[in-house]
Ligand binder design. Structure first.
Ligand SMILES: *Cc1c(COP(=O)(O)O)cnc(C)c1O
Length: 309
């Protein structure tokens, strides 16, 4: 094992994730105080919630002297991108099992992953579906010389621990606590991490980036202890825009205008849909005036390469 002073993981200083107040006439009229937690600024390549989820996993792998990370994702996966970049920065070998056939031309995400040293293996969709099965994982452990295996999206117990720190940082930065915290959801692990730290009177909303987002209720529950209350959180299912990585001109236009007005770039797959939905809900009067809302900007803008923004 490396000395602390030689280990780039222990030396790493993540960029600050400030809590920024967002001001505009629309929010003012609605009487909403809105803050953005800028996790997108943590690192240009492995920022956002993907760093939150990797942090304790990488530490665990290092402590156990495991030098290879193996994980799963699709062609546009922010998790694949972040794992490749973090692996390169912190001296891990990385292996990505990618859903589907190898295309003639790799997506920009996968090109980046390969350039950062990730070994890509394409697996058919049926095999990919076994990604959580213990027997399948045991085979992978043998075939790839016992790598540290991260689930799809990096979503495991140690990921929740990292995501819970989002709330700890917000509490340090705010003298009055927030009422509502919002995040974009794919696997639900980030939301579960936030829920694990809610105080009485606070609520959390996960905006599903996928169609049929009600499946997330069970997914979130799987991550949490059984006695966790469930009245103080919900899944917002209305703003999926046709499904994962689908978009409409209205969504792209919203993201362009948001960028112009606030200087903050949202991603199309997750945070753009969340803000679009949140704006609709505020317009419809779904939050009482005086509400203090924190919105987590979980990063993901590398995926915008796939859209004409
Ligand atoms: C992966 C991702 C999410 C979804 O996080 P989950 O923990 O899987 O729900 C949200 N936003 C961005 C930008 C992401 O990359």
């Amino acid at each position: 094992m490396l000395n602390a002073s030689d280990d780039p993981l222990q030396r790493f200083q993540p960029g600050a994730s400030p809590l920024q107040r967002l001001n505009n006439d629309f929010l003012e009229q609605a009487g909403i105080r809105l803050y953005i937690k800028r996790d997108d600024l943590i690192h240009p390549h492995f920022g956002g919630n993907k760093w939150r989820k990797l942090k304790y996993n990488l530490q665990y792998a290092r402590e156990n002297n495991n030098k290879t990370l193996l994980t799963f994702g699709g062609a546009w996966s922010n998790h694949i991108y972040a794992t490749a970049a973090a692996g390169r920065s912190f001296d891990f070998k990385t292996i990505g099992l990618i859903r589907g056939e190898r295309p003639g031309r790799l997506s920009p995400t996968l090109q980046f992953a390969e350039k950062n040293g990730m070994q890509l293996h394409f697996i058919d969709r049926e095999t990919y579906r076994k990604k959580h099965q213990p027997e399948f994982l045991a085979t992978l452990a043998q075939d790839f010389n016992r790598p540290y295996i991260l689930p799809e999206g990096g979503s495991n117990r140690l990921a929740l621990k990292g995501c819970a720190e989002i709330i700890d940082e917000i509490e340090k930065a705010q003298h009055r606590p927030f009422d509502i915290i919002c995040c974009a959801s794919g696997t639900g692990a980030t939301l579960a991490g936030l829920i694990s730290r809610l105080q009485p009177g606070q609520t959390a909303i996960g905006f599903s980036a996928l169609k049929g987002g009600n499946f997330l209720i069970e997914e979130v529950k799987k991550h949490l202890p059984e006695d966790t209350p469930d009245e103080n959180w919900s899944i917002e299912t209305r703003f999926h825009f046709g499904g994962y990585a689908r978009a409409s001109e209205a969504l792209l236009d919203f993201i362009r205008r948001f960028h112009k007005q606030h200087g903050i770039l949202l991603d199309v797959v997750y945070t753009g849909k969340m803000f679009y939905g949140l704006w609709q809900m505020i317009k419809a009067g779904e939050f009482s005036p005086g509400s203090r809302i924190v919105v987590v900007h979980s990063g993901g803008t590398q995926g915008n390469a796939g859209f004409s923004l």
